[in-house]
Design a protein around this ligand. Sequence first.
Ligand SMILES: [Mg+2]
Length: 397
Amino acid sequence: MKITNIRLRKVSGVMETDGPLWEERLVMPIDIYPEYRTGGSHASGNQIDDGHYRVEACFVQIETDEGVIGIGGPIPDFHAYIIDQQLRPILEGKDPRATELLWDQMHRLMVHGRQGEVMMAISAVDCALWDLKGRWLDQPVFRLLGGPTRSEVPAYASMLGFDVEDPGRVAERSKEYQEKGYRAQKWFFRHGPASGPDGVRKNTELVRTLRETLGQDDDIMLDAWQSWDYQYAIRMAEEIAEFRPRWLEEVAMPDRIDTYAQVRAAVPFPLSGAEHEYTRWGFKRFIEADAVDILQPDIYWAGGLSEVLKIAAYASVYDLSVIPHGHSTNAGIHFSASQSPATTWIQEYLVLWNRIHQFFLADPVKPENGVIKVPDHVGMGMDLDPAKIDSEEELRF
Ligand SMILES: [Mg+2]
């Protein structure tokens, strides 16, 4: 079998919404500059009117001389550019089933792309190749990885995009998702060091509201999205420790590994991070510095399914949890279903983001009653639903 073409499918469609989809954004590292601190809800520009949201996405479709295809994505256009211009020549004419060979060749040829956007493009290609391999064998990908290790995986509701400033709405929302069956929720802080004492109060109020609403037994995860520093993390930890967070996520930008290690040593609850880290070598730095309790590689960013399996194997030596960042629920469930429940005991489900991210998928993976059932779809379940696509073009650069 040989790869004959790599098609970059840019699709567009309209999703119905009950009011504006995005209510609030999370704190960002650049918020230390006042001109960046306000406004700019995540992807809010795609809201057409209160009831409609335009979804645009690019999928990488790998085609072969035997008619078997594999689909990965969605990816932004600039990852499509990297695939079209730089990865295409490495891939065309090769056997798509040789995922180790192709990863190693992409990695060795793209010597400036060991981290960041190029590695994210490599990740999408790797995921498309795994989808293809599953389709070729007519099996779900988790079976190729030695799973399933269980019939369902607990999910946590990841509440990115919801209002976090109005405690009444936070209480209402968190209760709603508890009643949907989730026993764990992750919420995103809006404030960092530049917001001063008022921001500390608002961040703390968010966590207090969650604990008071959800009771003593549910897990509360909290995400600082790499926007804090050591002093601020310690200050916030003093405020929120009494509410027993299950973990505190990404206290600093990922190169500040010493900051992670110092915060981890000083706070009485687990620390997570590294969704913005890449490859086994990047994660080695986190592991060897004792920087976090829970590693969160993203399967579509850190090097693909092939690489996250290696990261997980390495982390298991240290008994660290590996709970991937939830950018792709489809890729996530095939990974989770192949791992021990001891290390991958829960999976992220971004409740708003997935409405966009999975919009074009014919078989989107969604939790029910707070758990994700291991799917029986072939490959990674990446068939697109033609009914959702208003227009399609093929990107060539
Ligand atoms: Mg995060």
